[in-house]
Design a protein around this ligand. Sequence first.
Ligand code: F6R
Length: 624
Amino acid sequence: MCGIVGYVGPKNVSEVLIGGLERLEYRGYDSAGVALMPHSKEDVLIKRCVGRVSALKDALKSVTGDFAQGIAHTRWATHGVPSEVNAHPHKAGRTFLVHNGIIENYLEIKEELQRQGQEFESQTDTEVFAHLIENIRYKLLAGRDFESLSLPEKISNVLESLKIGTQKVEGHYAILVMVAGLEGHLFGVQAGAPLVAGKLTDSLYIGSDLQALLPHLSDMHFLPAKTIFAGQINHLDFYDFDLKKKEIPMSRIDWSPDKIAKGGFDHFMLKEIFEQPSVVADTLSGRLPTEELGFLWDDLEKHKDLWKNVDRLHFVACGTAYYAALTAKYFFEKWARIPVEVDLASEFRYRNPVFTQNTVVGVVSQSGETADTLAALRLALDEKVKTFAVCNVPGSSISREANVNYQTKAGPEIGVASTKAFSTQLAILSALAQDVARMRGTLVNWQNEAESLARVPLLLEQVLTQSKTYLDMGASLERFKTILVVGRGLMYPISLEGALKIKEISYRHAEGYAAGELKHGPIALIDSSTCAIVLNPKDDVSAKTLSNLQEIKARSGWIIGLGVEKHDAFRKECNEYLALPEADWALSPMLYVVPLQLMAYGLAKQLGCDIDKPRNLAKSVTVE
Ligand code: F6R
């Protein structure tokens, strides 16, 4: 949560920073700010605004000056309401600081600093961190004037203060620091929240995500946890928390900058829904078996070692990624005959899970930085359990730390509501389940299943030709107080995902339910103000779903059916019917989620909601 950008170089500093913040705005958008350091010895200028980055951009129009560098931040409030005074950057003496994450012991540190006479203007943990660093830095000077120090002495003064500061602070965070009187330099700490750094011969770029850097450079350093850095134009030094130098390799990112533009669509979410055929194809490409070769994974040896002797699979994830894992449970159990548990990461990490000797833990995450999912992965790694990740963002913490990473190729997902990442997660998890089943000898016709999976991009294209119908149907949901999405089997996790999409972007009350569970409580919600979207792809539980539909109908619920063209028994019971292409059992989740995404979008648009930036949300949840 929150976005960080830093820049040193010859370009227009505020333009670079604002451009970076705009690309990171999906991480948080309740206030934003910049600190700009002039080339002259004039004071560093701070501008902060409540609201979107666009408000900050407007405020900066009146700012003139020749700036050498700056740091910037877009906030998702944790400590302190969204207000100008709580917005970052925070200033303490010479220290200017922006921060992501949480300082758990900030009150303790604040009280200690207050006892020494320090006053605070905000309610944030960030301001406390800024004062802590400044306090330490000042004491380390032992009466000497900072300006009189040589350049290496100045750098060492700042680095030492960061070292001591990080020893005092508890929590998972990242900070970016600029020090007045040290033009051309930026410093920072990665202590559990992401930081990415890159340089060119005339510039230095820092960001909390690769999107901040993407239009400027494609070679970047993804800082691992427990890293302090000192950067300047064309030079970056990395240290551990004892200030011992360390090397961090550079990663090449092949995400093209046009992927982070809306490309003519009204919203990123809509663009990303339409990208699904191509990103699913990219994710499967080169991995599905040919006649001569089996499934091809990036590191085949590690892949084989991971699944050798597996007797239990434990998936852990949050939100949409959790629903992808829940869907994968059906694939793994049916094909590979492995017992599968699926946990929400925020529960798993605190409940002392039981692992067998051959348990495999799989975490699913678009961002690769979700705090609870990362903590769950680390818990499994600490227990010496074999782990894998299904992760989208290259270089992210989860993709680096898992024993094996199966990368989805959704490209940058900017819309806060996850769409294309979900489809690619389903595609890769399906292929993986087939391959594990092949290795275990539990799926004889794995080639047929793989061939069927290869048809998904084409089928998705077909589904998207009906997009206007789904969007209009979504807009028509405006008249209902409650929207239920129900299905059985593979359609159960898809109903949960469909309901999540509706509630997060349209703020309408929606619930996903296993169709057979309705009568155990939620059926009490149903009256004529309820719409039930029934997912029923004519599979082996179809007849059961039809009985549940009758229960809804008998209570005056309005029924929208999603099923195949030729399914009269279903169609005739629905008030409205949306036909989808016929497809094999395992493909239905990827096809049926698309109309739900579009209906959620259509409803949110009808209600005038801010679709790419829903209230109270941030894309990457890097706090617990
Ligand atoms: C919903 C959504 C969230 C994320 C969840 C996990 O549309 O985007 O529910 O799926 O926060 O995020 P990742 O996948 O980045 O771990």
